[in-house]
Design a protein around this ligand. Sequence first.
Ligand code: SAH
Ligand code: SF4
Length: 370
Amino acid sequence: MKQNIYDYSLKELEEILSPSFRAKQVYHWLYAKYIHDFDKMLNLPKSLQQELDEKFSAKNLSIIEVETSRDGSRKYLFRTKDGLSFESVFIKMRDKKIDEQGKIIEGEKYTFCLSSQVGCKVGCAFCSTAKGGFVRNLSAGEIVEQVVRLKEDNALAPEKRVNIVYMGMGEPLDNFEHVTKAIRIIAELNGLSISTRRQTISTSGIAPKIRKLGELDLGVQLAISLHAVNDELRSRLIPMNRAYNIESVLDAVRNFPVDTRKRVMFEYLVIKGLNDDLGSAKALLRLLDGIKSKVNLILFNPHEESEFERPDDEDVRKFADFLVSKGLLCTIRESKGLDISAACGQLREKEKRKSLKNVSCETRREDGNP
Ligand code: SAH
Ligand code: SF4
């Protein structure tokens, strides 16, 4: 069985290849040119191309479906070599910068939302990923390759600024070794060069793993899926709260090394009638007192399997206004790609239903044929 080449850090590849400088050349082809045929790596000797081809595979994920939203976000359904599917999202946003002459330069910035597992063990009541149960961890290489395939498919120049969020399928801290290895490979200066500071891990709150991540001091950003201000509701939404309650999660966060210019993000999924009232906003403010935080309100995105409802815009606005009036940084997550089933796990669910009911839907295969 060929090894996934994206599993290898530059140092590991340097130890395998001789002479070792070939590793940097291979990295350049993989991560700056998105080349996955070793015989197209033109500055390598034929013998090395062959050796690489015998040992490694540089194409381990195939794109089986892409949905493009009106706002330009694109949701990808990938298939692994062992036939499992999972998704990633490509998000394009307008960006404004001021140059040295004070002129406003309009550009674009990109965020890639990556999956860390096929399925998830945490079993949150609102999440469609949870409904399919847990299948397996993605390897570091399968996580890294999502970035390469998204850049390749969107013809993004290697130097384009990209942010990474681990907010697709799965609980990243439940796949700790592979995710932290992927973070390092993605940050490699001779490769994708996406600094750890531009990578954000979102977790449902595995307190001991938050501590372990903090000890590694990778420089990675932290986002906590809080969603509720009391343990009763949080345990209903995120069953793992029974093992690691709100206080234990916040305690781990307080010990997490945060860049002086950065804050820990608290994600708060707003669900109609459950946690969208001003009393909850006040309790949230009290809970986060003393933590350098920002709050990201996410509007619950209804799906077939769920009993919950999307909150009223007016209530979310009041909730946000209250937090802002008290000096807390608060944003409402833009519903990027809402028309293409925006939230975590939903595309895969749709694909499953499609194969059950044979509903037609835009599908694009690797060979370009519909
Ligand atoms: N497991 C990690 C990261 C993946 S989930 C975590 O839970 O943090 C990524 C985000 O998708 C979470 O913030 C989660 O709250 C959100 N999400 C899941 N289902 C959703 C839904 N139906 N509507 C809106 N957001 C949802
Ligand atoms: Fe898993 Fe996150 Fe979905 Fe919860 S919200 S089931 S932790 S992917």
